[in-house]
Every structure is written in structure tokens, then in C-alpha cells.
Ligand binder design. Structure first.
Ligand code: XIL
Length: 373
């Protein structure tokens, strides 16, 4: 299959340590929110309540760059619902208040996920379908009620499709599947619609971004899932592509465009919900690493937007706060310990000192519909 022009450029741009071309808007210091808005696209970031509260420089950057916030952790079960009779909205309320002060929307992440649950929830689900449904309903009732004014778009379910490398099934084995059966996603989306008819209901997943056998099959499965939901009349409004890009994995603009258009043809919106770049190694020159990451981000985001994507959120804003930099870089295997030491990851548009990286400019160019570099 002939590589598309963008795929070829991706390789060339990544190979060159490109001088960072300023985007037209960069000169004004405008943030990505303004640049994206001119394209009719909402740009946002995953936010941590403590960073917004305690790091004034970061908070200013978040206000300048993002038109939308999504709680990185504050909207998950173990944060919101630490015990069956205990709810904790402190983190979510802090993020919602910050967003209100800065004219930002908030999207919710995530009502139902097999991870991020306290033991009490897993134990309750194991008691059977009646108990599982009552736990689900109580959570949806309380959370959707509390957040109705601030959050109008939720990831109703996250990462429910099985990974092709370890399952031939459509759905991932999980406490939810075991408790409620294969219709649990239909139930969750119907409950959400019933609790709040005007809410945008999103299905969110990873592994649909690259030109690999895994991603080919994952795209097929996600499409089958949402097509089946539509065929059964299950309320769903959008699909979220997480967008955790793998810096050195192959990318096919044709395959991603075809997938986005197929989802759009079902009448669903397509969002990029957790964009960042995961690096297989962090020993090489940061400038060269940044160039590869920027070229990949530009190719992916340009492709999604041209195929009809409507929003782009990064999984953070600065390398200062990222799940990829929370832990120290992995130790080098003994065989290449003589190489340069692994440096910190560089997954996001701003570096740890809040300076714009090539990825920031690549996003600006993608929003402007301009080529890269
Ligand atoms: C991650 C957070 O960023 C981490 O801080 C946390 O320790 C684990 O979860 N896909 C998702 C997100 O949908 O909720 C995950 O967030 C990253 C992968």
C-alpha cells in the first residue's frame, strides 16, 4: 500500500531536528484554545486539582491554552466514591470552579471503568447482577446529579473493548462484565441518558491510532461495539480516541481517516481525549525526540480533524505534570547501561518549565490546517 504524502512527511520531519516554525498565532502569545476555536475545534487538557490550586504559573498556562478541562483522576470511582456511603467531590469541584473562572468547559472522565475502583466496589459487583446494578445506579444518580451544572459530556465507559493480544472476545473481562453480563454497557448508557437526557454520552478507548495489527483489530472492535449500540437503539453520542501516541510506532493517515469517517457515518462525534506521546526510550537527544513526537502529533491530529473530529484534549499540558513523568524513567537494561542515562519523558506540548515545545507548534499548525514542519 503506497504511503500517503503525510506518512512520508512524518518520516522526513521526524528525521530532521527541525527548527521550530512559529505558528502564525504564536507571535501573539495566543493559546491553543484560541487557535483551535478558529477551526471550530475545542482544545483542552486533563487537569489535576492540586496543580491548578498550588502552581500559579501552571494555572496561568492552563487558563491560556485550554478551552476545556477533564479531570485526570478526580472523576474516577476511587476518587469520587471511596466507600459505599462516602462521596468526595472536592477534586472535581476545584477543577469545575477553575473552569468556571476561565470560561472553560469540563468533560467528565469516567463513569464506568474496570480500573480505578476501591475494593468495596469490586466486592459488591461480585455479589451478582442485582447488587451490581444498584451500585451502578447509585453512583450515576449521585455523580450526574452533583455535576449536572458543570459537566455536560461524560466518558460513560472507558476501555471496555478487549485487547486483541490476549482475547478474541469483543469485551474485556472485568468486574462489570462478570457482574452484569455482556449488556452492561447498554445498561450504563441507557441509565446515563435516563438520568440526564441532555448529556453527551461518550465511549472512550485506546489503541486506535497506529498502523499495527493490534490497532487494526482494536479499530474494528470499537466500530463493531458502537455500531451494535446504535443498531440496538442504545443512546451514544461520541467516541473518544485516547490518543496516547507511541513515538516510534507506524502511523497510517489512511487507516485513521477511514476509522474516523466510519464512526462519523454512524452519526457520532469523534474526540481525541488523552493526547500525549509515550516514548520507548528517553536516552536520545531531546531535540530529536521532540521532533519525532511533534511530527507524529501533527499527522494524527490533522488526519482526525480533516476526517471530522471535533475536539482535541491532551492528557495534561506540561511535562511537569504527566503520568509519563510521575515515575522516574526506567533503569537501563544492563546491556546498554553504558549509554546516556534515561532522561525524563517529554509527552506534552509544554516542557517542565512551561515553555512551548515543537509539539505545541505542531498542534497550532494542525488547528490552522497548515502542513508540518
Ligand atoms: C491515568 C492517570 O493519568 C494516572 O495518574 C493514574 O495513575 C492512572 O490513570 N487511560 C485513561 C486514563 O483513560 O484514565 C489513565 O489515566 C491513562 C490511560
Amino acid at each position: 500500500m503506497r504511503a500517503s504524502r503525510r506518512d512520508v512527511l512524518l518520516g522526513a520531519a521526524a528525521a530532521s531536528v527541525s527548527a521550530v516554525p512559529a505558528s502564525a498565532a504564536d507571535a501573539d502569545g495566543e493559546g491553543l484554545r484560541a487557535i483551535a476555536a478558529r477551526r471550530g475545534v475545542a482544545f483542552g487538557i486533563a487537569a489535576r486539582a492540586d496543580a491548578l490550586e498550588k502552581d500559579a504559573a501552571f494555572a496561568a498556562a492552563a487558563a491560556r491554552e485550554a478551552a476545556m478541562l477533564v479531570p485526570e483522576g478526580a472523576g474516577k470511582w476511587w476518587a469520587l466514591h471511596p466507600a459505599e456511603d462516602v462521596y468526595d467531590f472536592a477534586g472535581l469541584d476545584t477543577i469545575a470552579a477553575f473552569a468556571a473562572r476561565h470560561g472553560q468547559a469540563v468533560r467528565g472522565h469516567t463513569l464506568l471503568w474496570h480500573a480505578a475502583m476501591e475494593d468495596w466496589t469490586v466486592a459488591a459487583l461480585a455479589e451478582g447482577a442485582a447488587r451490581g446494578r444498584s451500585v451502578l445506579e447509585a453512583h450515576f444518580d449521585r455523580v450526574l446529579g452533583h455535576t449536572a451544572a458543570a459537566i455536560r459530556d461524560w466518558d460513560v465507559a472507558n476501555e471496555a473493548v478487549a485487547d486483541p493480544w490476549n482475547s478474541a472476545e469483543l469485551l474485556k473481562d472485568s468486574p462489570w462484565l462478570r457482574s452484569l453480563g455482556p449488556d452492561y454497557l447498554d445498561l450504563a448508557f441507557r441509565l446515563a441518558r435516563q438520568k440526564d437526557p441532555a448529556l453527551k454520552l461518550t465511549y472512550n478507548d485506546y489503541g486506535c491510532e497506529h498502523d499495527t495489527d493490534f490497532d487494526d483489530e482494536k479499530r474494528r472492535r470499537v466500530l463493531a461495539l458502537v455500531r451494535g449500540m446504535r443498531d440496538r437503539g442504545v443512546p451514544i453520542d461520541a467516541v473518544g480516541l485516547q490518543g496516547h501516541m507511541h513515538r516510534d510506532n507506524k502511523f497510517s493517515a489512511r487507516k485513521v481517516a477511514e476509522f474516523v469517517r466510519s464512526v462519523r457515518a454512524l452519526g457520532l462525534e469523534v474526540l481525541v481525549t488523552e493526547l500525549d506521546v509515550i516514548e520507548p526510550e528517553t536516552q536520545s537527544d531531546p531535540a530529536a525526540r521532540d521532533a519525532r513526537s511533534a511530527a507524529l502529533v501533527h499527522a494524527f491530529i490533522s488526519t482526525v480533524l480533516e476526517a471530522g473530529g471535533s475536539a482535541v484534549l491532551c492528557w495534561g499540558l506540561s511535562d511537569r505534570y504527566s503520568w509519563a513523568t510521575d515515575d522516574p524513567p526506567p533503569l537501563l537494561p544492563a546491556e546498554n547501561a553504558s549509554g546516556p542515562p534515561p532522561g525524563p519523558a517529554r509527552p506534552l506540548p509544554l516542557d517542565a518549565e512551561l515553555r512551548r515545545k515543537p509539539m505545541w507548534h505542531a498542534l497550532a499548525r494542525a488547528f490552522e490546517g497548515r502542513p508540518w514542519p
